[in-house]
Design a protein. Structure first.
Length: 442
């Protein structure tokens, strides 16, 4: 049997595929553009590169491996959030949504060959060790990060419960790399935590939006209401990297009686969605303050943006991360999938936060605490990620951040969370203002 020339097969297959795409785009449609000619030179170049790797690379590589690398390259060149998901990565995505996995508890992304920390997860080894949002991880134990894929780095951070892991990180404002050693744990993320402040104010911390977050939040609220009649509440979304879109919408819906929560726009009709409030205000219209920081991303920004635009809450803290894009998981054959950016999302007032973030109503920078506890003004955001999507509202990919104001903590002061302390003071003011409103005439 005559051996098929795979180089020629690739060329023919790509031409047939591109012809099909050109034909489909030439059909009348509300959002089509003039079809472009088939890029024959690029197709030929691709096949030639493939052929050179097969013939001359120092080690023999199977066709399947080369093609999978090519697919990964196509996705990684689009934006930081699109990816080719092989079976183990799909499993990781499902584990992340369920909220239980092994490791040290860090939400990370890849940039310029290094791992950057989006946020340490609450009550995890990473948070307790002092890892901060914006830290650049350069070494895992004795293994340099440079040259590893994001997947490989994540796999190395995971391991047997109890086994230690040493991270070497570069942090803005430090003269030399820092080392943090921690023991791995089974990470079971509690999506919602709560407590009562000063006997009459509810505090709710959402660390990540999971499938049942809105139910957990409702249960926590009911439990606190049994203890005291809450006058107001603080919703803490700091270092919340997002999670399940539907869950974020459901949480926002709990605070609203009517109106738009978020809508999305993409190139295809299926990517355009509108989410509106459909249930009564579960918190009985009591005053709300929302805490955000540069570790607040995606779903956190949906909630903060909706409550800000609907004037349901006062947003306090520093500018958020600015991830205003929606990823869709598209199943492929052989237990693989694409995680593809398919839309931008917009707040009720039509704001896209892509690469800009949610600017709080009141800018409240953290105090300069000791290095082990300082949250700091975070050194990077969505707009700093290589290949980030441009904001579709005004086309600006770079914005000037709010001015950072340095403050010093009096050593005699017992405050450990200045932002929370000030948020509570603001909440008290809102409660007083609401209580002093004149009664409506009947």
């Amino acid at each position: 049997m005559k051996r098929i020339n795979i180089k020629n097969l690739i060329v023919v297959s790509l031409i047939i595929f591109l012809q099909g795409e050109a034909l489909s785009e030439s059909r009348p449609s509300s959002n089509t553009t003039a079809s472009e000619p088939i890029p024959l030179l690029e197709v030929q170049t691709f096949a030639e590169v493939y052929d050179q790797i097969k013939k001359n690379y120092v080690e023999e590589i199977k066709d399947k491996v080369i093609l999978e690398h090519a697919i990964e390259g196509m996705l990684s060149g689009l934006d930081p959030h699109s990816a080719y998901l092989q079976p183990d990565m799909l499993e990781d995505l499902q584990i992340s949504s369920s909220g239980e996995f092994g490791g040290v508890g860090i939400e990370v992304t890849m940039e310029d060959g290094f791992i950057k920390v989006i946020a340490p997860m609450d009550d995890t080894p990473a948070e307790r060790a002092g890892i901060l949002s914006g830290d650049l991880i350069v070494k895992l134990d004795d293994t340099p990060i440079k040259g590893l894929t994001l997947r490989e780095a994540v796999n190395r951070m995971r391991g047997k419960v109890g086994a230690t892991l040493t991270l070497m990180v570069v942090r803005q404002g430090t003269d030399k790399p820092l080392k943090f050693t921690m023991a791995r744990e089974m990470i079971r993320i509690k999506s919602v935590k709560s407590k009562i402040l000063e006997g009459r104010f509810g505090y709710f911390k959402i660390s990540q939006f999971q499938t049942n977050t809105h139910n957990d939040l409702a249960q926590h609220f009911a439990n606190l209401q049994k203890q005291t009649k809450l006058k107001g509440l603080i919703l803490d979304l700091r270092n919340n990297p997002g999670g399940v879109l539907k869950s974020a919408v459901e949480v926002a819906d709990m605070f609203l009686e009517r109106g738009l929560i978020v809508y999305t726009k993409g190139r295809i009709k299926e990517a355009e969605m509108r989410f509106t409030a459909s249930s009564p205000d579960r918190f009985q219209n009591i005053p709300v303050v929302v805490l955000v920081n540069a570790g607040s991303a995606s779903g956190s920004e949906i909630v903060a943006g909706a409550l800000q635009d609907q004037r349901r809450a006062l947003i306090v803290g520093v500018k958020t991360f600015g991830k205003g894009s929606v990823q869709t998981v598209i199943p492929l054959n052989s237990d693989r999938a694409l995680k593809l950016t398919t839309a931008h999302y917009f707040t009720p007032n039509g704001r896209s936060i892509q690469a800009q973030g949610i600017v709080p109503d009141i800018i409240l920078s953290p105090l300069a605490l000791a290095p082990s506890t300082q949250e700091g003004d975070f050194p990077y955001s969505e707009q700093d990620l290589k290949g980030h999507l441009v904001n579709p509202t005004n086309g600006a990919s770079k914005v000037s951040p709010p001015k950072k104001e340095a403050a010093k903590l009096d050593a005699s002061t017992a405050i450990t969370d200045y932002q929370l302390y000030e948020a509570l003071n603001l909440l008290k003011g809102l409660v007083i203002s609401q209580e002093r409103k004149p009664a409506k005439n009947s």
